[in-house]
Design a protein around this ligand. Sequence first.
Ligand code: GLN
Length: 292
Amino acid sequence: MDRAGRLTVGEALQRASLRLRKAGLEQPRDEAEILLAHLLGWSRLKLFLERSSELPAGSGAAFSAAVERRARHEPLAYITGEKEFYGLPFAVSPAVLIPRPETELLIDAVLEWARKREGKITGVDLGCGSGNLAVTLAYHLPEATFCAVDLSSEALELAKANALRHGVHERVCFVKGDFRQAPAFPQPLLRFNLIVSNPPYVERGELEELPATICNYEPLLALDGGPDGLAAYRGILAALPRYLERPGLMALEIGSGQGSALLALCRELDLFHQLDLLRDYRSLPRIITGLF
Ligand code: GLN
């Protein structure tokens, strides 16, 4: 502590990290640094270099408030308002699910398919949330156009801001609607040869068993998959024949226990000539892809 009683950067981080450790968080020091770096607009390297300087005037109370929010297990990304996905920063808010690392596999699968394909890609992201799927794909596929659908106006606003931030806003259109019924897509985007979605897939009865950091904060609309967790998939698959354009790819994120149920639902339809399950970093089935 310096003469005026203000903490140094190093001391503030030390205190915050003790508080977060006491709250049961696993990476208290990292999280304390992320929160303070965000608040000050500094890099973590600068935090280190300035560890003996006193905390900039006025930032102590804001830092304590942010640390207290995290100590109550509010997700870090909602406090900073940002989450990185596939190397790109996305604005997030409690109106949208926070992008997860395992969802990056869906991007890999689509980009691999796109590399081998000729012709224009017209994609649709069903339940776009922050826009992480449509925006990342549009960013990496400069010829493609996308439609991003969501029921939540707040989510759509955020997704639009993310599209603008990453310079793809001219190739992504946003549609408010329920993707379980084929939404009213704007002309001329009525047919799609790429269908992606990370729909809500948690079984309703299991919602309350999710960690507090998820079930107390993330939007139910993005998590609740109905009584058996499969409601959104049934809706997506039922509407698919009305807007798909062959040849194309469907890539959906799934819950780790839903692989065989999804394969069965897709096979019933007789739309796909190849179906595959892709495993995530923990070797759990996480993405289903279907070529149509
Ligand atoms: N992967 C999320 C979880 O951690 C669920 C996301 C979803 O329902 N699409 O529970």
